[in-house]
Write a new protein. Structure first.
Length: 418
């Protein structure tokens, strides 16, 4: 549990600034850490309350999630009582019996899909039930929440689940329903708290609860990643980071660029030529500015190269919007050299994955493959994307293809071995 708390603390202190989709696999300790504190608060609340567990109510679970009692009152309920749901018969026994009878009729209406009418009966049951029968009232609130859930009235689901949990803090069905309502209203942090509490209360034995927690965690991670990408400020980049990035391309046209123009070789370099020289010398501070200077000359011979190099460094600095613009501008140039076009399509696909544009990303890679099916970079980067999407067989197939096309491609070869 100490490790779980440490993981939760780490996420909180970092503000998710280093979040990436590949790190979702470490989400379980985070869930445990958050859930521990939530569980402890539930335990404290439970100790402050004295819950009357009335044994006269035998509670079972319907397939759709509402609760019902299988007792003699249900069998005695007549068809006239079923149709006239505005109240219970005055000749019924105690208030508790009347409340139970109202709930039973509400359950019948619920099964028939008459959710508005069922809500009226559950409301009546709540009003009639003696306040000391906390668990019964908690069940009535949860039944009403189930009906509201069918009507997609999630604010009422949350409100009634809150009331049910005030009376019975360990009511996992109420936590589950509230978690799903929070998920539907995009209140993912609250949903994660509830989902985690359920897993702990159930001692991690319920697979559906574990799936719920995992699903919410991934949604929350993606939501945070989007926010970070949108608000990310330009960052300084290390030589190691740049080398690692470029090592994932064997056919990068910028790295392989060489000018055949004698004039270029004999003059002081500026614009793209200076940017390229700086890249080779691992001097990155002025690359974007030098490419921008080159692009100011509409008659430049290096417009495509400048756009590609600037887009690459925008990507490395976390300026994805600017990278998008440059790559799309580049791909609209007529008669673009195939290697530049393929490299731009690959880099654009990677950016689109960050923004969850999965179909568009795969279409970019398909377009690249149609240009040159022998380019190993295409398969390597598509393999990376499939790996992130947990499409393991597709990832392995792509990495193997990259290695087949270029056995000396070290990154692809290492991936295929893994």
């Amino acid at each position: 549990m100490a490790a779980a708390r440490s993981a939760a603390s780490s996420v909180s202190s970092s503000g998710w600034s280093k979040w990436c989709l590949a790190a979702l696999a470490v989400g379980t300790p985070v869930v445990l850490g958050v859930g521990f504190f939530y569980y402890r608060s539930l335990k404290g609340s439970d100790q402050k309350r004295r819950i009357n567990r009335d044994k006269s109510s035998s509670v079972e679970s319907l397939g759709d999630g509402s609760d019902y009692s299988s007792n003699k009152e249900e069998k005695k309920t007549s068809s006239s009582q079923h149709n006239h749901f505005s109240g219970t018969d005055d000749s019924s026994g105690s208030l508790a019996d009347k409340a139970e009878a109202a709930k039973i009729k509400g359950n019948k209406l619920f099964k028939e899909g008459r959710y508005h009418d069922a809500i009226k009966l559950y409301t009546e049951a709540i009003a009639l039930c003696p306040p000391e029968l906390c668990q019964n009232i908690s069940t009535f609130y949860q039944n009403r929440a189930a009906a509201s859930e069918k009507l997609k009235n999630y604010s009422e689901v949350i409100a009634d689940s809150n009331r049910a949990l005030e009376l019975n803090p360990r009511y996992t069905k109420a936590l589950n329903r509230r978690a799903k309502a929070y998920e539907c209203t995009n209140e993912l942090e609250n949903a994660l708290l509830d989902a985690t509490a359920i897993c702990i209360l159930e001692e991690f034995q319920n697979q559906s609860s574990l799936v719920l927690a995992d699903r919410v965690l991934k949604q929350l991670g993606i939501q945070r990643a989007k926010k970070e990408i949108k608000n990310r400020k330009p960052v300084s980049i290390s030589k190691h980071f740049v080398r690692t990035y470029f090592s994932s391309f064997d056919e990068d046209p910028i790295l392989k660029f060489s000018s055949d123009n004698e004039e270029d070789k004999n003059t002081n370099k500026s614009g793209f030529l200076k940017a390229h020289l700086d890249l080779m010398n691992q001097q990155y501070d002025d690359i974007i500015a030098d490419c921008t200077k080159e692009l100011e000359d509409e008659n430049s011979s290096y417009l495509a190269e400048s756009l590609l190099l600037r887009a690459t460094f925008y990507t490395l600095r976390g300026q994805s919007d600017a990278a998008f613009r440059d790559l799309e501008t580049l791909l609209n140039i007529q008669d673009l050299p195939s290697k530049i076009k393929i490299n731009a399509l690959i880099k654009l696909a990677s950016l689109k994955i960050q923004h969850e544009l999965v179909d568009e990303a795969f279409q970019n890679l398909k377009n690249a493959e149609e240009i040159d099916s022998q380019n190993a970079d295409i398969y390597h980067h598509r393999g990376q994307i499939n790996l992130l999407l947990e499409k393991m067989e597709d990832a392995v197939r792509d990495f193997e293809q990259a290695t087949t096309l270029n056995p000396n491609f070290p990154v692809a070869d290492r991936k295929s071995v893994v």
